[in-house]
Each structure stands twice: as C-alpha cells, then as structure tokens.
Design a protein around this ligand. Structure first.
Ligand code: PEP
Ligand code: MG
Length: 408
C-alpha cells in the first residue's frame, strides 16, 4: 500500500467526508491514485502495470554489482518484505523494526496486557505469550535470508503507541479483548508524553523495563539456534539497540543481551556467532562515538532521528513548513529525504572517525530513509560506510546508485 506522507496542503473535513487541495474537492467515494515513489496524489484511476524484472534489468544489476563497494541491505520485518528484498538483491536485513511485529492482530492484546501490568511479574507473564510468536518471526527472517546478516532492532517506540487513544477506540478494544476500560484509559493518560519522540522510547524502555528486551533477545537467540539446527547453516544475528546517547546505556543493555545469549546457548548446547551494536541517532551518540564504540560491534546511522535531533525539526511536523524552506533555498532538498550532508553528514563523519579510532573494524551502515536515496548513497560511499539499508523496493536503485557512487 503506497503512502504519501507530509501532504500538508490537504485540508481534511472528516465530518463532511471530503478533503480539499489546490482548489479541488475530493469526496468520500471519489477515486484517487497514490504514487508512493514520486510522492504524487492523482485524481481518478490511472492505468497501472505490475513491475517486471526483465533480463535487461538483471544485466544492469550485474554490471552495477561488479563495481559497487557498498553493500545493500533492506529495512524489512514481514516475511513478504524480507523475501521481496532478497529477490531484489538485498544482501541482508539492515533494520528489522520489531515494533511492527507487536501490532499483529494475534499479539497486540498480549502487548497491551503487558503495558497495563503494574508489576514486573505481570509484564513477564504477558511477554511469555509474545515470546513464541516473536521467535517464529525471527525464524522466518533467518530462514529467508539464508545466513546473510540480519540486524534486529529491539523495541523503539514509546509504549503509548500500542494503546488506543480516543474513547471510542478504548471502548472497542475493551469490548474485543476483555481488558478493563478504565485501566486502559488511565494507562493511556499515564503514558501520554508532550514530546514522545524525545521521551520514554528506544533504549530507555530497555533500561526501565528490562524484561521486554530480555524477551526479544531470547526470541532472537532461540530462533537463530532453531534455524541453525534445521538448515545446517547458522544465521548471524546483529542485535541493535536504538536511541543510545551514552556508553553506559549500551553497556547495561549489552550485558543483559549477552547474559541471555549465554543462557540460551548453554541450554541448547550450541554456540552461534552474534553481535551487539547500536543505532547512532542522537548528536551526543555521534560525538561520544569513541566511548560508545567500546561496547558496539557496529553502528547503524538512524538518519531519520539523527536529522530530527540535529536540526531540531520534528519529522512528523516538518510537512507544514518544509515546502517553504525548500522554495526559499534554506534547504536545497527536504533533509528527511536527502541527507543534510554538511550538518548531519558532519556528525556521521565524526562518529565514523571517533568510533573507528576505538575499534578499527567497527562496521558502519545507514538505515534511515536516506539509505535508499541516490545522493545520500553517494555521500555514504565517500564517507566509507560499509552498507546502506533501505526499503525492499528501493534496493535495485540503491545497488545502481552505489555503483555510480563508486565510479564518481
Ligand atoms: C531512524 O531514526 O533513522 C530509523 C531508522 O529509525 P526509525 O525510523 O524507526 O525511528
Ligand atoms: Mg530512529
């Protein structure tokens, strides 16, 4: 399903069932077509065709692959996306956003039960229900990726995102699941944050609710060993901690992941290779990369958040003014689409230099949206990153752009 986000000019009148844009009124039932690649919303039903991977396409990709240095991975978590990414030539998963798995119909009730629990024991009980499903997610990813590296990010978004908000939604969820309506409302109010993107999210969740990350780490190790035993080839999980700002956060969480790994490997009687690394998405993390690298086997630049935190621009609200900023030449391009090379790019170079000064073999990648943008890929090539990771459908473009960047 394609999406055009940040369409700030559209005025929606929900009650009247219509929206207005550029003097045009579109009513409920009218057909529009959405071109998610170009970011266009078109009036009416346009003619469409299924994309085909022709022989010429394959030949071009072979030429590109011969000259590119950068590896290309995909941001994917569903089996369909992981398979699509593989078919498009992705050389691994660069970002598996585990929160997307928490929204599945078969587990959202247990996730909500976990969030509503007031005690650790209650949360652990709810997480026990999620563990087998989460393990199965990873089994599928590892099986499809056949030994290629898979970076799995532990839970990132603030917990309120998993709860219903409006009274209507709360009622619907309470009726459907038997969860207590008053408790749901109270917890949603409790978890409300003024600025959730800078709030109780990312590794801060792991620090305060260790049982969540422990369940996820267990699911990853158990899945990796299950696949290693079934396929004879061991996957190499890369466990990634989001929104780290300090070495200590990563140290605490890495120690816990390592402890779970030890426990699972001892129990299963099998050793597997794995690594623990972090996203670099906060300016402090980039500046203190020398310290953070002591705990990390890899850095993945989360340039969506790094752009947001460096520019102090909310990625969810920039649509209101970004058009004017680009029009007036303040930014040449929307920095959430094309990397702000002179600002955010400098932080990436600082993190690269400081991180590699501590650990010369530190693996470096990018997994923000910029990982599929050709101009940003050129920057990544010149900055000497090891890989870019982008949405499955951008993988061929990324392969070509990486080749062009290597030759430029
Ligand atoms: C990022 O911040 O660049 C990133 C990849 O993480 P998310 O978009 O999930 O916040
Ligand atoms: Mg992020």
């Amino acid at each position: 399903r394609p999406c055009v986000s940040g369409a700030g000019e559209i005025r929606i009148d929900e009650e009247a069932g219509m929206f207005k844009v550029r003097g045009r009124e579109i009513k409920k039932g009218d057909i529009i077509s959405v071109d998610g690649s170009k970011g266009e919303v078109l009036f009416g039903a346009v003619e469409m065709e299924q994309p085909e991977l022709s022989g010429d396409f394959a030949a071009l990709m072979v030429w590109a692959d011969k000259v590119r240095r950068l590896k290309v991975r995909a941001n994917a978590e569903t089996p369909l996306d992981v398979r699509t990414a593989r078919e498009f030539g992705a050389e691994g998963v660069g970002l598996c956003r585990t929160e997307h798995m928490f929204f599945d119909a078969d587990r959202i009730a247990a996730v909500r039960e976990m969030i509503l629990s007031e005690t650790k024991a209650g949360r652990v009980l709810a997480l026990t229900k999620i563990l087998p499903m989460q393990r199965q997610d990873f089994v599928e990813i590892f099986t499809i990726m056949k030994g290629l590296p898979c970076t799995i990010r532990l839970l990132d978004p603030p917990l309120h995102e998993f709860l219903p908000h409006s009274l209507e939604d709360v009622e619907a969820v309470a009726n459907a699941t038997g969860l207590d309506k008053a408790k749901l409302l109270e917890r949603a109010k409790d978890l409300h944050e003024v600025n959730p993107m800078l709030g109780h999210r990312g590794c801060r969740l792991g620090i305060t609710y260790p049982e969540i990350y422990e369940m996820q780490a267990r699911a990853i190790f158990e899945a990796a060993i299950q696949v290693a035993k079934a396929e004879g080839e061991a996957p190499v999980p890369e466990i990634m901690i989001p929104l780290v700002a300090t070495e200590k956060e990563l140290q605490i969480l890495k120690d816990r992941v390592d402890a779970i790994g030890r426990e699972v490997m001892d129990h299963e009687g099998m050793e597997i290779d794995y690594s623990v690394g972090t996203m670099i998405e906060l300016p402090r993390a980039a500046l203190k990369a020398d310290e953070i690298a002591r705990q990390a086997a890899f850095f993945s630049f989360g340039t969506n958040d790094l752009t947001q935190t460096t520019l102090g621009i909310s990625r969810d609200d920039s649509g209101r003014f970004m058009g004017a900023y680009v029009e007036q030449g303040i930014f040449e391009k929307d920095p959430f689409v094309t990397l702000d090379q002179s600002g955010v790019g400098d932080l990436i170079k600082i993190a690269r230099d400081r991180g590699r000064a501590t650990k010369p073999d530190l693996k470096l990648g990018i997994c923000g949206e910029h990982g599929g943008d050709p101009a940003s890929i050129t920057f990544c090539e010149k900055a000497g990153l090891d890989y870019v990771s982008c949405s499955p459908y951008r993988v061929p473009i990324a392969r070509l752009a990486a080749a062009q960047a290597a030759l430029s």
